[in-house]
Design a protein. Structure first.
Lengths: 175, 454, 175, 454
């Protein structure tokens, strides 16, 4: 959602949500935050996000402030992985699917230094196409795409350390 | 690289919080190696950085040496603290780290191997002059009376190739032994393909008493008193205390001297525990095993003696002075720890997980809470059921029991079933109040309570 | 939303939400925060009520959960006193003003047992009209209305213990 | 009426939290008497009930005996704990409660009167054989040499009708005394309408050492060691510790024996403190005053000896056994308390109020936090600036100083200026580390630091 919603958008959304079956709803777009609840459990403060009842109906996919503010100086890339709801509600056509690291380690896009990359952005892959290697304590593990589509971008550089679940690349599965 | 050493915390839950606190105390930077399930946990928020090492199940994350070692490399760790459980007593992670030049907060890998196997641990104990349980192999199952006399009754017949409690028979007199030994041999052949038997003295009313040691790695030991951990259900400790109540000076000295001898023989490095069985029906004291790690119940010792064992572990691993005092055999306080587990004591201690909707801890002097949980925390189903440790210190044991009783009454944990009712019951029981109950005490007492309620 | 919602926008929203099934609602747009609750449990998390940022723009006047849920068995009547924002935004014609206890003590509506009450509901009072007495440790303190108007109701009974700031009576100052 | 006694907590802030915890410990029901400003405070939420006694300014709420007594009646209180400050040493509330048959958690009103006035407290001390400061009234300001010799130098000339530090002159030798006495008399006539003067020995490098007593009301005393509170700024204590470091056995015994004698003479009831001035340049020990209440710094004593003084106060007031042990003169631990105030130590300790936007406490063994503040708490402008007490215990003083240093480094309080930088500075100062600094130490040291920074 590039632009901020208008006031009418908010009213429409509330009307729409009221007709829905959701017990509670939380919508945040930039500075605009809307939270609704049909039961008496109510909403969570930022501190509690990720805990009780903190499954937001819609979220923009960034880290919540509670998380982002607390992990210290080392920046992390953890864009919403392990949150099934977010990928479920992400418009696939807009952001595309991601290929996530199945293990912690060092990601290589090439079979060996100086060699050509396994795949390049724009290239079509099948589910079993190797897109890179993750090295963990000297062990090399080929990483396959896991789904068919066109690789649209790599989200990590060659020889980057990656954590488990970290998105490695985006893939357009509709293409 | 900054001059602030990074400590990788390779664990979760309350012990992760504890290690993070110790790292902060010594001015180090704690980094947490977390599973996906724990990546936003309170411990994750308390750390300077979180590295996601694998999926939620422990066998895909916390139990993977390579993944933890990789995280240690990524973190630029000076040392890795494994906590307890998981990889804490496995030489594998220790050795991977050694190759990377990263310190392991624990004993050397050869120590882990020497004490990790029951047989080799027993031999180490014998070498150190530490009393071990009487045991003898049976050559001829039809000729066992002399062997039985040698061991003493009651005794256990064990199939050497058995295990997990199978192939064990309790024998209370020579006539039973003569009758049962040939049967046991035949059954062992049938069950394990080998009829070899072993006789071992059985202690039905023994206490679990353990000694906290800290070795400098050169053979010298600090001994931080003893703990009684006899309130157990199926070998799971429920309540621990320091010092062990009602030990004679002679027994205490035997326990402490034996532990010191083991540290010397092993050139033990860092914090460890020597576990003993202390009989209540004889004068026997029997070595059980060495736990080559920090233990769940270490806080009772810390509070009793006024030391920080986890900080000392980190300092030693970093090559610094662990800053530990020499102390006497008996601490100047009495401390009790209650393990609050997410288990329903009224339903066979069945574990449960879910949302902690309300949480209130007691406050006041002498109360310490070691925990990761907080209001709103979703207690995960993937790991063990320990939610929190409630530790209470007072000037003597009676006051500590009274303080523990008040503290348990003033805990509120809503949303999950916990073992708190069990603690209230035990703390009010005259046998516990008297002190010195055996490990066989809790099971039947709790069963009897259940029956009295129905 | 570049512009702030107008007051009419807010009123519209409230009207819409009132007809909805929601027990509680929270809308925040920039500095403007609207939180509504149809029951007395509300949706504030207990920790946040009464603290930073917990000044609701509009509140329906019940106890926040932090207060209501935690004060134990003894019910209290503390309808929004000491919250200047609430009285400032309360539509005076709807709820009426209140006369609040200026001290802790026991409230009496009569000068002596058996005597007629100082005032009855429906009666017109001036600012200096005595409407009752508060006894504190044997000391009797006359309580005056403090504003002119018509007493519409007494909120405490004769000889009730009252706390500082507790509303004693409602008064229609427009009448 | 239930059989759970109600305790009315007639205070606010950290001591209200502390009293609530003690009430819960003994199974009583805490009810908070709060000003409007505090009616939704953390202490209010921790209590079973809150009674709003008045407007936010203390002189319209916490300082009104009738309003507090009325709340006690409304609460059905069995006892009222006044905390420290406010009405805690005023006979007025105590007597109002006595009329209502409600127990006062503190000494008898006659004790409050006897020790509440400097002159009468001095006489009580003399009666008990406790050393008091040498002092003598001047009959003739032109004939003072003999009197000066009697007192010793340095000494102070004080106008008897002066006060608040006015009308005091420091004199270091007989020549000065002869010159200044007539001037002081003339000025006292001009300033106070009365020229009467008094000579008193001046101790420029004395320590503040106090003894924690607990009387049973019949003349018997428990003595819980001593505290050093010499880190002071303008008579405000900043850091306290137990035991007082470097006291000779003889001095310690004099302090403890003197305190015991005072308890006996007063038939003192409950917790109290006897304050002494302990000179570092002579062997003099001088009685200062009796504080007839629990004190801010009581936790260092609780942690050092493993006791709960506030619970003991409540038990005694309810007519029960206070459950206190007899202890030796020196505790088995060293404890340091740091008062974290909402004051800017770099701006002349100016108080500030506002929102606490982030709050992180250190964790680990031996750390205790007594506080009302929490993340999101709006620190009110109406009351004193004490935000929290950070209490650290270790096995000896060196370890306690190290632990305190680490603990201070690991506190995060965002949103307000606090005295934490001052604590970090003092804890690292060689004079403090050596122990035994006088009360005159902090002022110039802190000034010198300020100048070294500019």
């Amino acid at each position: 959602m590039g632009e901020q919603p208008s006031w009418q958008d908010v009213l429409d959304l509330i009307a729409q949500l009221n007709e829905s079956d959701y017990e509670s709803a939380s919508v945040q777009v930039g500075d605009v935050s809307i939270r609704l609840s049909k039961n008496d459990v109510g909403f969570d403060t930022p501190e509690s996000a990720g805990r009780v009842g903190a499954q937001p109906l819609i979220e923009t996919g960034f880290d919540t402030p509670a998380t982002a503010g607390r992990v210290g100086a080392q920046p992390r890339i953890e864009t919403g992985f392990d949150t099934p709801t977010s990928s479920a509600t992400q418009p696939a056509t807009a952001l595309g699917d991601t290929i996530d690291a199945p293990m912690i380690g060092v990601f290589y896009r090439r079979p060996s230094p100086g060699a050509a990359p396994f795949v390049e952005p724009g290239q079509r892959v099948e589910a079993d196409t190797t897109i890179g290697i993750i090295e963990i304590m000297k062990l090399m593990n080929p990483i396959v795409a896991g789904k068919a589509g066109v690789i649209t971008d790599f989200l990590v550089s060659d020889a980057d350390a990656v954590e488990f679940g970290q998105p490695l690349a985006t893939i357009n599965t509709s293409a | 690289m900054s001059d602030v050493p990074v400590i990788l915390v390779a664990n979760r839950g309350e012990i992760a919080m504890r290690i993070i606190a110790a790292a902060r105390r010594i001015g180090a930077s704690p980094v947490l190696a977390a599973s996906v399930a724990d990546k936003d946990s309170p411990a994750a928020r308390a750390a300077d950085r979180v590295i996601v090492i694998g999926a939620s199940p422990a066998n895909q994350s916390y139990l993977k040496p390579e993944q933890v070692a990789q995280a240690a490399v990524m973190a630029g760790a000076a040392a890795v603290h494994p906590g307890y459980g998981f990889l804490s007593e496995q030489p594998a992670l220790c050795e991977l780290l050694e190759e990377e030049g990263i310190a392991w907060v624990g004993p050397r890998p050869e120590t882990l191997r020497a004490v990790g196997d029951k047989g080799s641990a027993r031999q180490v104990a014998i070498d150190a002059g530490v009393p071990v349980g009487a045991g003898v192999e049976i050559d001829d199952p039809t000729n066992v009376v002399a062997l039985g006399e040698q061991i003493g009754y009651p005794l256990l017949i064990k199939a050497i190739h058995g295990g997990g409690g199978r192939g064990i028979r309790l024998v209370t007199n020579p006539e039973e032994l003569v009758e049962l030994a040939p049967q046991a041999a035949a059954e062992a052949v049938a069950a394990f393909g080998n009829g070899a038997l072993y006789l071992e003295r059985y202690y039905g009313r023994a206490r679990h008493v353990e000694v906290q040691v800290f070795g400098d790695g050169e053979g010298n030991a600090w001994i931080f008193g003893d703990r009684d951990c006899s309130v157990q259900r199926r070998h799971q400790k429920l309540i621990e205390e320091c010092p062990a109540p009602g030990l004679s000076e002679k027994r205490r000295q035997l326990l402490h001297d034996s532990s010191r001898a083991l540290v010397k023989v092993l050139r033990y490095r860092g914090a460890g525990t020597v576990e003993f069985l202390v009989d209540t029906e004889s004068e026997d004291v029997i070595f059980l095993e060495v736990n080559a790690r920090i233990q769940v119940e270490h806080p009772v010792t810390e509070e009793a003696f006024g030391v920080d064992l986890v900080a000392a572990q980190l300092l030693l691993a970093l090559g610094r002075d662990p800053q530990l005092p020499d102390v006497g055999p008996v601490p100047p306080a009495a401390v009790i720890e209650m393990r609050i587990n997410a288990e329903d004591p009224n339903a066979d201690f069945q574990p449960n997980s879910g949302d902690i909707t309300r949480l209130v801890w007691p406050k006041g002097p002498g109360i310490r809470i070691d925990t990761q949980i907080e209001e709103g925390y979703r207690f995960p189903p993937f790991y063990d059921s320990l939610m929190a440790k409630l530790i209470v210190r007072a000037h003597n044991r009676d006051a500590a029991v009274a303080a523990a009783t008040a503290a348990v009454r003033n805990v509120t944990i809503d949303g999950l079933k916990t073992t708190l009712p069990m603690h209230a019951y035990v703390l009010a029981h005259p046998d516990f109040i008297a002190g010195g109950i055996p490990t066989s005490w809790f099971g039947p007492v709790w069963e009897a309570r259940k029956e009295s309620l129905t």
